[in-house]
Design a protein around this ligand. Structure first.
Ligand code: M6R
Length: 600
């Protein structure tokens, strides 16, 4: 979720790059950098943290006149947020900025080191520029060198590359991550950006590059390597552009889930195993139990994973709300692996729980979306969820990436402990690969959520019910609704309703029933029948028709309950958002809430 900009033309290159990066900063800001090229040299500036730091550094430097430049704002995936790891990355005489992940960077790096290249950063990106120079040195033709380079890369990569070997050009390629090329309003101007916002007002005509499309640009024009592109007109509103045309950041983030989950799995899924380069497998030696601590939505991801750790990794797992854990004088033993989950990495209660576990000598892992946050600095190991910056206060894509990471971790441990049958493991990995499609928002599904939203604005409350992993999903559905609609909602284990809450059942009690086909269908069906018999209004979410439902949202048929889980998650997120919109609430900044809760 990094941001990329590029410029060719006669205006102030530095200003365009800095202004453009400012527009993209909301996507991630652990470091930023620009490379500026003129006939004689390339000048590079990088700084850690917010863009202001880069601006300050540049303001203290003597600048030349440049007609070409590339820039980047980074959200760390491979390698800590340091100046060395900040883009642009240098070879000997070329620079690259990159958005995405190079899955085969390790093989390429070894090959390039054997060929005499020196690497200075911990990033996957650096291989691109060395690979380019390797070809350039042999072919002495930059365009051919660039074409050869992109053919060798695997993963997701949108790239801008400049080189002293051909100093009037920017080489570009898009695969996976977004990239736009634009004809500037000024003569001979070519602009690049990973999103609309930096281009608005400066260009009218743009190409939203498709995957696999690249080329080379200069003041002489743009040459595409294939015919697979078309020009279109740029929108004129910046606010609209930042949200990529969505009404709210939450909506954009719901739609992004399929992509960010793919990013989250990149390089971590093999045919028959899960890879986590960031953890040392010895962390599990002598571990008999897992304890998870988290808050809010992250707690729900933890609860979900507890089913998976016990079912797949055959390891005892319990989950606690961090604020409760802190004061209960917990008994902590060193054969317990302590896992904290946090989108922000700054939640005070979770951080404090982590510190307590560390003090007691437990090994710790944080599953987190923000590198260099307090938790990633404190835990022994960090697994980044790679969801990109999440702006909506109601967490969406952070949850789906957490659930995927924890599912992968359960399989990683299962394999390390040798407790999983090879066929089951392969089946799980196959299912994991299908998660991005389960998270896709179908127009029909969104329309249905919109239509249904108007029927659920009154009543005396909602019960979201489910069993097994669909119970934490029910909790998450209820939390989403509460947060942004301010309606009362509870998540409940479906089998527990008869032990008390069913007393509330009447037509004004809305039951949102999660009825997956692949997990305990008959059990949940009879729980819902009990509620229907007491006249509760039922909205069933299931791939199987259910005649007692007052409203029905049909999900796709799949062969794995976790795929049903992710599709139902999207349904719940959309339903809450549409109810909130109908009530006229501020979806992205609901009352009384903050994105990061750094107080007790
Ligand atoms: O940053 P964290 O994941 O540690 O935050 C935990 C909770 O504050 C957070 O999940 C909160 O519940 C969200 N508003 C849920 O949408």
């Amino acid at each position: 979720m990094c941001g990329i900009v590029g410029y060719i033309g006669n205006q102030d290159t530095t200003n365009f790059l800095l202004d453009g990066l400012k527009e993209l900063e909301y996507r991630g800001y652990d470091s930023a950098g620009i490379a500026l090229l003129n006939d004689e040299k390339i000048d590079v500036f990088k700084a850690l943290g917010k863009l202001e730091n880069l601006k300050e550094k540049i303001s203290k430097s003597t600048l030349g006149e440049y007609h070409i430049g590339i820039g980047h704002t980074r959200w760390a995936t491979h390698g800590k947020p340091t100046e060395l790891n900040a883009h642009p990355h240098l070879g000997e005489y070329s620079y690259v900025v990159h958005n995405g992940i190079i899955e085969n960077y390790k093989e390429l790096k070894e090959e390039l080191i054997a060929d005499g290249h020196n690497f200075v950063s911990q990033t996957d990106t650096e291989v691109i520029v060395h690979l380019f120079e390797n070809y350039e040195n042999k072919l002495e033709n930059s365009t051919e060198a660039f074409k050869n380079t992109i053919q060798r890369l695997e993963g997701a990569f949108s790239i801008l590359l400049i080189s002293k070997a051909d100093p009037s050009k920017i080489f570009f390629f898009k695969h996976g991550s977004p990239l736009i090329i634009a004809r500037g309003k000024e003569e001979k101007e070519v602009l690049f950006s990973s999103s609309d916002a930096p281009l608005i007002g400066l260009a009218n005509d743009v190409v939203y590059l498709e995957d696999g499309v690249g080329g080379v640009a200069s003041t002489a024009g743009i040459e595409f390597f294939s015919d697979d592109y078309s020009w279109s007109t740029l929108p004129t509103s910046k606010q609209f552009a930042q949200k990529d045309g969505f009404r709210f950041f939450m909506e954009k983030e719901i739609y992004e889930q399929s992509d960010v989950v793919s990013d989250c799995m990149l390089g971590r899924l093999n045919d028959d195993e899960i890879l986590f380069d960031e953890i040392d497998a010895s962390v599990f030696d002598g571990i008999k139990e897992i304890k998870i601590c988290a808050c809010g939505t992250s707690y729900h991801a933890g609860l979900t994973s507890a089913y998976l750790f016990e079912r797949l990794s055959k390891i005892k797992c319990n989950v606690e709300i961090a604020s409760e854990f802190r004061y209960k004088e917990p008994l902590l033993t060193k054969d317990t692996l302590f896992i904290v989950i946090s989108q922000s990495g700054e939640t005070a209660d979770t951080l404090e729980a982590l510190k307590m576990a560390k003090k007691a000598g437990l090994k710790s892992i944080v599953v987190c979306n923000v590198d260099n946050s307090s938790m990633t600095r404190t835990a022994d190991y960090t697994i980044l969820t790679r969801a990109g910056i999440e702006k909506g206060v109601a967490s969406t894509k952070a949850f789906s990436t957490q659930a995927v990471v924890l599912w992968m971790l359960a399989l990683y441990i299962a394999k390390a402990k040798n407790v999983i049958d090879t066929n089951i493991l392969q089946n799980e990995i196959h299912a994991l690969r299908e998660v991005p499609s389960s998270l896709m928002v179908a127009d029909k599904m969104h329309e249905k959520a919109k239509r249904l939203s108007k029927r659920y604005l009154h009543g005396h409350g909602f019960f979201f019910i489910g069993r097994d992993v669909f119970f934490p999903l029910a909790l998450e559905g209820a939390l989403k609704l509460k947060e942004i609609s301010y309606l009362h909602a509870e998540g409940y284990p479906a089998g527990e309703m008869k032990h008390g809450p069913i007393a509330l059942a009447d037509p004004e009690l809305f039951t949102i029933a999660l009825m997956p086909e692949n997990l305990l269908y008959d059990k949940i069906k009879s729980n819902v029948e009990e509620l229907s018999a007491r006249d509760s209004t039922i909205c069933a979410i299931s791939p199987l028709d259910f005649e007692l439902a007052d409203d029905f949202i049909k999900t796709q048929k799949t062969d794995h309950y976790m795929l049903e889980f992710f599709e139902m998650l999207v349904v719940l997120q959309l339903l809450s958002m549409e109810i909130s919109i109908r009530l006229g609430n501020d979806v992205d900044m609901p009352r009384n809430l903050a994105k990061s809760v750094t107080v007790e």
